[in-house]
Design a protein around this ligand. Structure first.
Ligand SMILES: Cc1cc2nc3c(=O)[nH]c(=O)nc-3n(C[C@H](O)[C@H](O)[C@H](O)COP(=O)(O)O)c2cc1C
Length: 181
């Protein structure tokens, strides 16, 4: 009745994934790096906690070693191209905030800034980091969920090859960034 499939094929049976963009202090002075993520989840209510995982091939992996706070920003549909860009280019070679034309906005509880153009910005205090295979999983306590209620754009999701019911807004290689139709 069931057949075993490979991970990439399994994406079609386990979609969509929510998309966020982590804002992480860079090792360059006064700079912050952005990384698009779909490996994230709530992992506690009391306190509110969210975890996310970053692969060891990414520049952000090394940056996460040095930080104890970060922001998880939630982009809306108008930022599909920028979200793909932050999930395709490495901050090692490019200032993604400048390239995307994002406006930094003072966070309420932490030094790491938020991004004005996002639907929301979640301020996190990092309480644990665990190496999980080829990813680092970061556990963050939510210090503040900051929402721009005037931004009513649809949320972005990551979908697989078969994606009926979703509208693809930006795509490259294995990545398809979509919103619900
Ligand atoms: C939709 C989407 C979701 C992604 N999710 C993740 C993720 O959860 N974890 C991860 O390590 N990389 C993820 N990536 C890939 C990274 O965003 C990508 O490798 C990025 O260029 C790394 O940037 P950095 O080198 O500046 O850290 C995703 C990319 C896209 C487009």
């Amino acid at each position: 009745m069931f057949e075993s499939v490979r991970r990439q094929e399994f994406r079609e049976y386990f979609q969509p994934s929510r998309i966020s963009i982590a804002i992480i202090k860079s090792d360059k002075e006064n700079e912050y790096n952005l990384i698009t993520l779909c490996f994230s989840m709530y992992c506690s209510y009391k306190p509110n906690m969210i975890s996310f995982s970053v692969q060891n091939t990414n520049y952000s992996y090394k940056l996460l070693d040095k930080v104890d706070h970060c922001v998880l920003a939630i982009p809306g549909e108008k930022l599909a191209e920028e979200t793909l860009f932050c999930g395709d280019m490495s901050g090692k070679n490019v200032d993604k905030i400048r390239k995307c034309g994002f406006t930094l906005y003072k966070s309420s509880k932490i030094e790491t800034p938020s991004i004005l153009e996002m639907k929301s910005n979640i301020e996190l205090k990092i309480v644990n980091k665990i190496i999980t295979g080829d990813h680092l999983t970061v556990f963050g306590e939510v210090l503040s969920f900051n929402v721009n209620k005037k931004n009513v754009e649809r949320n972005l999701v990551s979908v697989g090859k078969i994606h009926e019911g979703y509208e693809i807004l930006a795509a490259k290689g294995i990545h398809r960034i979509a919103t619900i139709r």
